[in-house]
Design a protein around this ligand. Structure first.
Ligand SMILES: [Zn+2]
Ligand SMILES: [Zn+2]
Length: 175
């Protein structure tokens, strides 16, 4: 969704309120794609604060399916975004790009609302997503979901440090 900013910029103190639908259906994070399963309309307020500067306020709630870090089951993760950004329209596009790092959501006089929201979602992305605090994960040998049942696989041998420890233990037994 693109919003044209030239009209807002034409008058100091002018504010525009908009309710729009987010167009994107997924977010990218660290090269992976995560589907949006639920979204509210985006509430947007853009104010011309004078001196060719804009204040952009955004409110939106989103639910994104992110796999559990241990068992890979999808966890519906909610993002309740309520944030604002300032944009100095006196700057050239290159200067603004430097300010905003790599993610430029304003090109010329067009505000890319989807890009702006994606930018904020990345900032708020959770460090760790778990389906539950004590998720047992999946067996690294047979793939069994250990929350459902134990499979009885011997997983210790897969950890080289543990394997070395067991070797020493075996040696002791032989002596
Ligand atoms: Zn899990
Ligand atoms: Zn197993």
């Amino acid at each position: 969704m693109q919003i044209h900013l030239s009209e807002i910029l034409s008058k100091e103190g002018k504010a525009v309120e908009k309710k729009i639908e987010l167009e994107r259906t997924s977010f990218q994070f660290h090269g992976e794609e995560f589907p949006i399963v639920e979204k509210s309309p985006v509430e947007l307020v853009i104010t011309n604060t004078g001196n060719q500067e804009l204040l952009i306020k955004v409110k939106v709630s989103l639910s994104v399916a992110i796999p559990c870090g241990r068992c890979l089951k999808d966890v519906i993760t909610e993002f309740c975004l309520d944030f604002s950004r300032e944009a100095d329209m006196k700057l050239s596009e290159e200067e603004r790009e430097e300010q905003l790092d790599e993610n430029n959501y304003i090109a010329g006089y067009q505000l890319d609302v989807d890009a702006l929201i994606a930018d904020e979602v990345v900032l708020q992305w959770p460090m760790k997503v778990l389906c539950k605090e004590d998720c047992q994960g999946i067996c690294s040998v047979c793939g069994q979901d250990l929350n459902l049942k134990q499979c009885g696989c011997d997983r210790t041998v897969l950890d080289p440090r543990m394997a070395a420890f067991l070797d020493i233990f075996e040696q002791f037994k032989e002596v």
